[in-house]
Ligand binder design. Sequence first.
Ligand SMILES: *Cc1c(COP(=O)(O)O)cnc(C)c1O
Length: 362
Amino acid sequence: MIPVTKTFLPPQEEFQELISRIWKNQWLTNNGELYKEFRKKLQSFLNVDFVIPTTNGTLPLQIALNAFGNCGEVITTPFSYVATTSSIVWEKCTPVFVDIHKDYLTIDETKIEAAITPKTTAILATHVYGNACNLEVLEKIAKKHSLKLIYDAAHCFGVTYKGNSIFNYGDVSTCSFHATKLFHSGEGGALFCKNKEIEKELWFRHNFGHNGPEKFHGLGINAKMSELQAAMGLSVLPYVNFIIEERKKVCDFYDVSLNFNVLRRQKIREGLKWNYAYYPIIFKNESTLIEVKQKMEENNIFARRYFFPSLEKLPYIKTSLCPIAEHISTSVLCLPVYVGLQENDLVQITSIINSCLNNYGA
Ligand SMILES: *Cc1c(COP(=O)(O)O)cnc(C)c1O
């Protein structure tokens, strides 16, 4: 069986060595030794100013929206994972969908200003499959209209833009360290920001609002990362460059083997050092996608429709029209990418896809 992704697991001894420190310290969570070490290593590996590791990649979105959304309208993309939209709704803000760019697949910055109203408080945009939004233009729009800029950078571990970590953009960026992501701590995630004041606000919120054992700064939730998660994160971190290189090999193989006369790929933004987090291919229409996916499944190969459906189709959203996102979400398929995917598997995957495309005329 070839799944769409396979979690990278470090050598077990290396994980166990870290775990034994938990027994030695008799400390399981709440800013423990492994957590602190993980936080510091992340900061230097990623070259970011402020990072707060969290228990997953969704709570950081909710915390950022809680800090900045102010129950107003939040301009966002329909082409993302459900957590981007559900977090807005969960924080009692109103999502306002702006359609995406057909090549970059990120929010279409030229359509944002038309969606701004006096109630708009923030922009929450996703760097799709690790590809950056138009960072410069989004920043300009946010500044001009005094909006907070939040990036869902769940896919972006290791991505840089013009040599700078992508997590350094926006007022707050978030990441996911879920087991299906490029870098993981089992479950996990992080908040990133550029100044001490914002970091303080985020830190309080991720720890119940505690300011010492008996004092509270304000409203908070529990988004703390445990020592067990930090141990997993610490044991995977030394392998990140290897993981990215191995994924690159897979993506390179697809690049030269698939029939791009009939398929197309997402356009990667200039200046971006991408991390090969996903390999989405875009078909001309949904029916071809379904045929190909089915054929692959008959051969025990499991690609994933991601992101599907377009988020403005969620049952708790009042419909707004985003024709490009809708079209892309019905015609995009993410192919298997993971460390250990063999060349003969890749040959099989690409030949199934190409022969389907020939048969159905795409
Ligand atoms: C995975 C993902 C999330 C959620 O992260 P979790 O760690 O699973 O909570 C949010 N946004 C995007 C775009 C994601 O891919």
